[in-house]
Write a protein that binds this ligand. Sequence first.
Ligand code: CDP
Length: 209
Amino acid sequence: MSVQVIAIDGPAGSGKSSVARALAAALGWSFLDTGAMYRAVTVEALHTGIDVHDVSAMGELARSVKLTTLPRVSVNGRDVEDEIRTETVNEAVSIVAANALVRHQMVRRQREFADEQPLGTVVEGRDITTVVFPNATLKVFLTASLVERSRRRGEEGEASVARRDVADSTRLASPLRQAPDALVLDTTGRKVDDAVEEIMQWLKNQTLS
Ligand code: CDP
């Protein structure tokens, strides 16, 4: 592929956002939080009264909505940075993310975003190594114990994190899976900088080989 991408997948609280953001900063690359995109579409549906179970209405919303994730998450020009992390959204986002029409639109947008970046992009989510960028420069799967992942999620709590893990891993449309050629990094008890350093080393080895 012509564009440089580091693809990072993993379950809730595995450290994807913090590690991917810090890695992008260290490399001078762009950063894309794809979970924020699914969350923003969910927020817009709740805001406009679209039923999140309505497959075609949600697909149309995902196609037509104006989405930005940086510097802040906004949808149709409205700042939703705080709203995307509420409990209501935690509950509804797995339904939206299981919709194949929504996924199709999100994947298209994610590939377009990476195409437009001058240097490269660090992209994190659930299907990035398996579906969105299967030919990424480097593929990483982050894990951590459920206890630590729930602690990092704070208010969301272990039950909700575990529920999203099951929903994300068992759905038909692009379930969370570890790509066979992804490098696995267990972030339990590890600092963000430490994880970033390890991935930078992997990238160096990859480029040399
Ligand atoms: O931060 P956390 O890992 O808790 O969640 P997130 O990355 O913000 O993603 C929120 C939800 O969006 C996940 O539970 C998935 O249902 C969905 N998602 C997805 O299906 N595919 C992606 N590439 C990213 C997120």
